[in-house]
Write a protein that binds this ligand. Sequence first.
Ligand code: AHR
Length: 333
Amino acid sequence: MKRMRTYPPSRKVIAVLAAALLATGVAACGNSDTGGSGGDDGTITLGFSQVGAESGWRTANTTSIKEAATEAGIDLKFDDAQQKQENQIKAIRNFIQQKVDVIAFSPVVESGWDTVLKEAKDAKIPVILTDRSVDSADKSLYKTFLGSDFVKEGRLAGEWLVQKEQSATGPVNIVELQGTTGSAPANDRKKGFAEAIAANPNLKIVASQSGDFTRAGGKQVMEQFLKANPKIDVLFAHNDDMGLGALEAITAAGKVPGKDITIITVDAVKDGMQALADGKFNFIAECSPLLGPQLMDLVKKVHAGESVPARIETQETTFTQEQAKEALPNRKY
Ligand code: AHR
């Protein structure tokens, strides 16, 4: 019988086998408890889904997040949802597929997140909510929520008006420019403002409609308000940009903003602060967009498996015309 001759494995075969073994090991690491692939060098990958670019606030928030990620050495995968929930859901699913280490997002609207958040949880990828929250009953679907108290912002705006109109003897007609329908800041600012003005029965909201947080939306809806309501005393706009758009409509209608119509907004971005200092706005409740550094800190902590507070509230203030004049020269955004 002819004997089979055996050959020792060549160097090439050994190299191929070693590479295959290494690849299996890396894939196994990628499926670890933190869920992410993580860089070989320990770099954390963060998938971030942003609402869009609807306002000055949003632009400042995006800059803060991008700069803070670079500063913290975090690999940021940034997605702009263009104000559409379906785009955000798609982006989150892509992040899950890419096995990022952490997902953070600012939800366009409050409802409808349970399914995709469950998918992230099943993939063992921690989720951080930033700026806006969701109304999910299951709080285990995300690690923490970093952002403002929007109800408080609405309440502060309303309380200032109650104070200003304390000696009013007749009706004070208010029009309200709401933010994006279904979004947390629109829902909450409306609620906080309504609660505060209930203290004076003379204060009445005569019209309330969404301007989608944009200047164009604010202008267009204010034009309609002015046509439909012969007596408007106050405008409460859920953000500076809509207030700035409304200024154009008010001026075009021959009225003097800040005098004929009292204007109250939220945010305190530079353009809004300028309008306040110029006497065209009357009061702003601040909403800070500078969330980047705190967010990156949380990303590192949740990736390391450290526990973090369930809610981290942004510290904010309010501005009158005089205070805006003082603060403007040092305003960063
Ligand atoms: O979620 C924060 C809000 O979104 C800001 O107040 C507004 O300007 C932005 O569009």
